[in-house]
Every structure is written in C-alpha cells, then in structure tokens.
Design a protein around this ligand. Structure first.
Ligand code: LLP
Length: 424
C-alpha cells in the first residue's frame, strides 16, 4: 500500500495499521510515509528530466534528520535558512554544493559556516547583507558564491503570513535595484555571482504568479547577460501548494512542464534550481491523536484530543483547514459535528472546527497532510513534551524522534541560589 489509506475498516500508514503505531508509541505522534515522500521528490525530478535542475528541498518544512537523509540519498539538494539547518543537512549526509541559503538576517557566524562548508549559493536579501558577506569572505580569504533574491512585486494570492513577493514584504531586493547591485557585486573579487533567486510565497494554487515571477527573472538574466554579467542558474524558489480541502493546485508535473515551456519560449537555457517544501513533505505525514473526552456543550459538540496547538500550529496560526479523519471507520457511533480541540489553555487551541465525525472517547483520529510545517513548528507551550516522529516504509517502521521527556524540557532551566535562600 502507498501513503495513508484505509484497508478495510482501518487507516494504515503503508502496510501498518495506525492502531499498531499508537499502541507502540502512544499519541500524539507524527507518522510519515517514506514512499510518499520519495515519490513526491521524484515527481519534481522526473518533471524536469529534460533540464539541468537542482531540487533544493526546503528544510524548514520538515527538518528531521531521517527525512533529510532519505532525500539526500535520492540526490536532493537543500534550501536552508539558518546555521542550524545547515548543520542538520551536513549531519544527514546532504551535499553542501547543492545547498542554497536563504533568509533576511544571516549572521556573520552563519555566513562563515556556509562559506567554509562550500555551499552552492548565499541568496542575499539586502545590500547590507551583501556587505556583510563581502566582509566575511575577505576575512576567510575565500570567494562567496551569491545570488540576489529579488522581490518582483507579485501577489502570490495566498495567506498574508506566507506571502513574500510583494514590495512591502521584508523579503528580497526590489527588482528595480537588482541590476545596480549585481553590477556592484560583479566588481568584487571576493564574490562569484552565480544566480538569480525568487520566492513569492507558499501554498500557491495557480501557475500564473509563479510564471509571472519567472518572466521577470528571465528578463533580468537577459539584461545582466547583455551587460556582460552572465549568471549560471535561476532559482525559482518553492511555494507550490497542495490540496488540503478544495483547492486545486497544479500537479507537480504540470508545474514543471509549464516552467519548462516558458523557459523554452524565452530561449532560456540556464540551469534551474527549485526550493519545494510542502509539495514534497505535506502529504507524506499525518498527525495521530486520541479522543480523550467528548463534551456536549450547549451549542456544539467538542472532541477534546490529546494533540494540541503546541503540536500542530497551522490551524490557529493561518486559519488553515486540515482534514481530520477517524482511524477506524464504522465504529458504530452516530455522525455528529465536532470542534476538535486540544488540552492547551487557549481558545485558539483547535485542530479543526465544525467537522462531521463518527467518533467516541478513546478513538484515534488522524490529521492529514501534516508532514510539512507540522512537527517543525511545535513548541513546549503549557510544558507539553514535543511529539515523537515515526516513519513507515512498507511494513518497516522506525522512530526518528523520540517523545521528549519532562526532564529534557526542564534541563536548560535553573533556579538561582539566591531564590533558595528563605530570607531573600
Ligand atoms: N524557499 C523559501 C525562500 C521559502 O521562504 C520557503 C517557505 C520555501 C522555499 C518553501 O516553500 P513551500 O514549497 O513549502 O511552500 N509555515 C507556513 C509556511 C511558511 C513558508 C515559509 N517559506 C505554513 O504552515 O503554511
């Protein structure tokens, strides 16, 4: 079996019933499908088969070492936004030469680590950052490979918190400043100007804004070329959306072929890099949680589950709709409409609202498409240990992050001696 599907009455992760996983590891937990993860990655690779492409998986969406290592084995590159993510990539066996470093606030230490590791490109988001990179590169006596991340002023038509391509956003260098800054960069011995990068947002569900951004970077590449400043590749960022509810995003192969067509139409034979995150990892994961209590409040039914906003923040942070399904179908209970909420003391602590479900106390439910921006955004709010992560491949099951213990959560805190003194 492939991914997450029902076999008879029971939801499975590939060959393994989720009831077995819950029994063995407890809930709440994240469960990933290795097959779905790899086949999503391969869909991008195959989609660009005719082009020289580097797929830089966006580490931020699921940075578990096992996930990075699985993708590194397939030949993936990586898109990182911190020194911590770079260390994960290196530890997971990822290739720094296929790794791009984005983000608006890279520290000197992070730049140093990136240059020493030999990364493919620092994607720079301001002139001040360019100056900082020059300083560090000179100190190290090295040549920094750079791209400018341009801001094309395009509306990605997505949630404002995940929209990055508009002029007023903090991301990227305004497109009209790009040529001037490239010119300046080209004169510096300590810089090698390798690419142009663009990323306009996330959960984009139509090709139009993506293609508009591509047109703009092709224009820029041509202009640079004409001015004697050839670059090696275009980095088109990530952002391809998935279907959570009734969105109809392009399929991965459609996304690739529309990009290829536009490149061909424009006679652009530059190499390509892309930075997909969600479209690779989201459908490869679910969040598994148990119904602790059913509360029949006056106006609605409430299902209180053991997973909460500290485990899965997307619903409250972006008002994101994520599908919730029972692990066991036909359990004999009647369908009713529920708000599915967690135990955290906040009204915003919900996983879904107004969901028709057949559930009883003690049942397992799964939140689907939780493989991206799920575990990575979890916290210890309410002193709740972060959930374990498990990966399934066929009938093989591996735990790839243990459940945090209370001791681990408290480990970095200390009580000053003075507070132990009663007279204080
Ligand atoms: N490249 C850059 C420079 C990015 O900022 C991002 C995402 C990506 C690539 C990957 O985008 P993707 O292919 O995953 O859409 N936490 C939010 C999403 C934040 C996206 C941040 N940047 C959510 O849960 O919806």
């Amino acid at each position: 079996m492939y991914g997450f599907s029902y076999d008879g009455n029971l939801l499975h992760a590939e060959e393994i019933p989720l009831t077995d996983i819950a029994e063995r590891f407890g809930t709440p937990c994240y469960v990933y499908s290795h097959t779905t993860l790899s086949s999503n990655w391969r869909a991008f690779k195959n989609g660009f088969a005719q082009r020289d492409v580097t797929i830089c998986y966006s580490v931020k969406c699921n940075s578990n070492l096992a996930i990075l290592s699985a993708l590194a084995k397939l030949g993936s590159g990586f898109d990182i936004v911190s020194g911590g993510e770079l260390q994960r990539v290196l530890k997971a066996g990822g290739n720094p030469r296929q790794t791009v470093f984005s983000g608006v606030g890279k520290s000197e230490d992070e730049i140093r680590l990136a240059l020493k590791s030999g990364i493919l490109s620092l994607n720079l988001e301001s002139e001040a950052e360019l100056a900082r990179v020059q300083k560090v590169a000179r100190e190290l006596n090295s040549v920094a490979p750079i791209s400018l991340r341009v801001n094309p002023d395009i509306d990605a038509v997505t949630h404002p918190h995940i929209s990055t391509g508009l002029r007023e956003s903090k991301f990227g260098i305004p497109i009209e400043d790009a040529v001037r800054i490239y010119r300046q960069a080209f004169t510096q011995d300590c810089l090698r100007t390798v690419g142009i990068a663009v990323h306009i947002g996330s959960q984009i569900t139509s090709m139009a804004p993506i293609l508009n951004a591509l047109e703009i970077v092709i224009d820029l590449a041509e202009e640079l070329q004409k001015d004697g400043m050839p670059i090696e590749y275009l980095d088109l960022g990530g952002g391809l959306g998935i279907q959570y509810q009734d969105e109809q995003p392009p399929e991965i192969n459609e996304y690739c072929s529309e990009i290829i067509q536009l490149l061909e139409r424009r006679n652009c034979d530059l190499k390509i890099a892309i930075e997909p995150g969600r479209a690779i990892a989201a459908s490869a994961g679910i969040f598994l949680t148990t119904v602790e209590f059913i509360k029949n409040a006056e106006t609605k039914n409430i299902a209180i589950v053991d997973g909460a906003m500290n485990d899965l923040l997307r619903p409250v942070l972006y008002d994101a709709w994520m599908e919730i399904v029972p692990v066991e179908l036909d359990n004999g209970s009647d369908e009713a409409i529920y708000d599915v909420v967690g135990p955290v003391c906040e009204s915003g602590d919900f996983l879904g609202k107004d969901r028709p479900l057949t559930i009883r106390q003690g049942d397992l439910v799964a939140v689907l498409n939780a493989g991206a921006y799920g575990a990575v955004m979890s916290s210890n709010y309410n002193t709740r240990p972060r959930s374990p992560e498990i990966i399934v491949s066929g009938d093989r099951l591996d735990i790839i992050r243990a459940r945090e213990s209370i001791d681990q959560m408290l480990e970095l805190e200390s009580i000053p001696e003075i507070y132990r003194n009663q007279s204080f």
